[in-house]
Design a protein around this ligand. Structure first.
Ligand SMILES: C[S@@+](CC[C@H](N)C(=O)[O-])C[C@H]1O[C@@H](n2cnc3c(N)ncnc32)[C@H](O)[C@@H]1O
Length: 237
């Protein structure tokens, strides 16, 4: 697939905070996610002894969006559930960042994974992470926007800021196969209504909803909020 220029404006991933408290610590201690009894995703170079029996997918951030964000973890939780519920042959990861969700899907034996990102740095590090973890055979990484892609995909996963999600409704609807599924995250509970209405108009409904509260002791309670992730299915299923 050819790279195509990204028409998109930069959007913040939620309006605050610049460096989300907790992420820095995660990078120091190393982010860790158990995908299955045999496979873990990890940002540490030296896995702990308890992980010795597992396949370690080592994820480097490079210049891309840092692995370890709560919405990435919510997306991974839903990805595991969706893959356990039905087989997926073609998966699209929109806004792949450092490639975590794509790598997870490939490690969980999805045979054809496409990651797309408008950021050259994200594409570069996702390719490098795929090569370093011997997953490049299952993973194609495209620089550009979704308009470059043909589809359909059995499962489309998109962890994107709300503004981008709103822009992408018709595109993600186009790219999901008629019996496809969508996993969406990157937005907050007070942003859900408009987005779900847009999908409902196209025949999608909510199968699962996961949340993660964001609170920090040094921030006033009124700026606490809730991250959300959805698994949507089309009414034709
Ligand atoms: C919140 S990060 C998610 C990264 C990764 N999927 C994860 O969960 O850790 C969002 C990513 O979407 C990319 N992005 C933003 N708008 C996009 C668009 N229109 N098309 C493709 N990628 C986009 C950004 O460059 C960024 O890497």
């Amino acid at each position: 697939m050819e790279a195509c220029p990204a028409p998109l404006t930069r959007c913040s991933f939620g309006a605050l905070p610049e460096a989300e408290p907790g992420l820095e610590e995660l990078h120091i201690s190393g982010w860790f996610y158990r995908l299955s009894p045999q496979v873990v995703l990890c940002t540490r170079r030296q896995p702990a002894a308890t992980e010795a029996l597992a396949q370690i997918i080592h994820v480097r951030r490079g210049e891309a969006f840092p692995p370890g964000h709560p919405t990435t973890r919510l997306s991974l939780d839903l990805l595991r559930e969706a893959l356990a519920a039905a087989s997926v042959h073609r998966l699209l990861d929109v806004g792949c960042g450092a490639g975590l969700l794509s790598l997870a899907a490939a490690a969980l034996k999805v045979s054809r994974v496409v990651g797309v990102d408008i950021s050259p740095a994200a594409v570069h590090i996702t390719r490098e992470n795929a090569r370093n973890n011997a997953l490049a055979g299952a993973l194609q990484v495209v620089q550009g926007s979704t308009e470059c892609l043909k589809g359909p995909f059995d499962l489309v996963i998109a962890n994107l800021p709300w503004e981008v999600q709103m822009d992408k409704v018709s595109e993600l609807n186009r790219l999901a196969a008629s019996k496809g599924r969508l996993i969406l995250s990157g937005f907050r509970d007070n942003q859900e209504n408009l987005l779900i209405q847009s999908y409902q108009k196209l025949g999608w409904s909510l199968r699962r909803r996961l949340i993660k509260e964001f609170r920090h002791p040094e921030l006033p309670p009124d700026i606490s909020f809730t991250w959300v992730a959805w698994w949507l299915e089309h009414k034709t299923i």
